[in-house]
Design a protein around this ligand. Structure first.
Ligand SMILES: NC(=O)c1ccc[n+]([C@@H]2O[C@H](COP(=O)([O-])OP(=O)(O)OC[C@H]3O[C@@H](n4cnc5c(N)ncnc54)[C@H](OP(=O)(O)O)[C@@H]3O)[C@@H](O)[C@H]2O)c1
Length: 345
């Protein structure tokens, strides 16, 4: 495994981050395809053996059971100071807003709950999961800074935001002397490259780490069109992100398969080797032990400039999908855009 620094921090992370959204009680959350604790532990143990030291979970994943499984496994199989643990918090709920809970209080409640779920005294990276349009950014940043000052979070990161939001937040944090975001977890892979417009160059300029999620487009960049899996069948959220552009994306996926055959490797290796030329550490999901090996092998594969250009050539701009499609001011009812109707998350 190869390692690198996470942006300006002193955290040393593996070039692959283990995405833990697929671990958790399948009966208690957004995803019906998640692995139970026994199978989650096997994957985490194997990931540790291959040298993966960077783990990404969230309080939102299967009602905190992902945090619980990940925390127990890491406590059992690793030393705390040899792993880098990231988790994420959600925006304030409507009930909290109505009860007058401030952004600062909300963050304190959220991190206390996450630390309890993980069974840990601190997280290495505490991530603002999605922009909260109903809470002043000053309150969020102040709350996060308090978590850092209290020793509950070593660093803070952000996810699902526009470059202007990150730039604005870090400018306020700089002015106030608060902790700044050191990493961004955006949606970025070979068939969804909208981050390249603003976010990638901004992060290069500021030495902010890019740790993109859905690095394999939730499995679509790991298998030929037509091949399926339990997750591909059941993952309604990923269908919502990718189905509308499936035909256009098929050309790129075919090229991944073609290069995989030519180089004698799996499609996963090609897709991740491409992303590794752009980012610090992609967040990769796994539902089988061999998935971990595919991700690890990708860190050893070097694509030529011609191969990179061949993979990139067919891409055409995509409409924003998933959480970023809902990153906009409140709706007419004064509520979060994503809190109503079919786009509920
Ligand atoms: N910040 C956010 O809003 C956000 C959103 C989404 C995800 N995330 C994070 O990113 C992580 C990854 O996201 P993701 O699961 O959507 O995306 P992903 O990494 O793009 O896809 C993972 C899927 O790819 C397939 N796969 C992986 N390795 C493979 C291999 N070697 N061979 C064949 N298939 C392979 C598996 O599909 P099958 O299971 O179908 O076999 C696996 O479930 C999550 O766990 C989470 O930590 C964050």
């Amino acid at each position: 495994m190869r390692y690198t620094k996470l942006g300006k921090s002193d955290l040393t992370v593996s070039r692959i981050c283990m995405g833990c959204m697929g671990f958790g009680d399948a009966g208690r959350g957004q995803h019906a395809w998640t692995l139970d604790e026994e199978h989650s532990r096997e994957i985490i143990r194997h990931a540790l053996e291959t040298g993966i030291n960077f783990y990404d979970t969230a309080i939102a994943y299967q009602s905190g059971t992902s945090e619980q499984y990940v925390g127990r496994a890491l406590r059992d199989f690793a030393k705390r100071d040899e792993v880098v643990v990231a988790t994420k918090f959600l925006p304030r709920t409507q009930e909290e807003i109505e009860a007058g809970i401030t952004g600062q209080q909300h963050i304190e409640r959220m991190i206390n709950k996450s630390l309890q779920n993980l069974g840990m005294e601190y997280v290495d990276l505490y991530i603002y999961h999605m922009w909260d349009w109903l809470t002043p950014i000053e309150d969020i940043l102040d709350g996060l800074n308090r978590a850092v000052q209290a020793g509950k979070a070593r660093y803070i990161g952000i996810s699902n935001c526009f470059a202007w939001q990150l730039a604005k937040a870090n400018a306020i944090a700089e002015r106030e002397g608060w902790a700044k975001f050191i990493s961004v977890q955006g949606h970025y892979n070979l068939i969804f490259r909208e981050e390249e417009r603003e976010m990638v160059p901004y992060c290069e300029e500021e030495n902010i780490a890019l740790t993109p999620y859905s690095a394999l487009a939730s499995g679509r960049l790991s298998r030929r069109p037509g091949e399926t899996s339990e997750r591909l069948e059941k993952d309604a959220y990923a269908k919502f992100k990718y189905d509308a552009t499936a035909q256009q994306d098929g050309i790129i996926i075919d090229r991944v398969a073609e290069l995989a055959e030519k180089r004698g490797v799996g499609m996963t290796e090609i897709s991740l080797a491409w992303l590794l030329t752009k980012v610090t550490s992609p967040v990769v999901g796994a539902t089988k032990l061999r998935h971990v090996d595919g991700a690890v092998k990708a860190t050893e594969l070097e694509l030529t400039e011609e191969e990179i250009a061949y993979l990139e050539a067919p891409y055409a701009p995509h409409p924003l999908a998933g959480v970023m499609a809902q990153n906009k001011p409140v709706n007419a009812a004064g509520k979060h855009v994503w809190s109503v109707g079919s786009q509920k998350i």
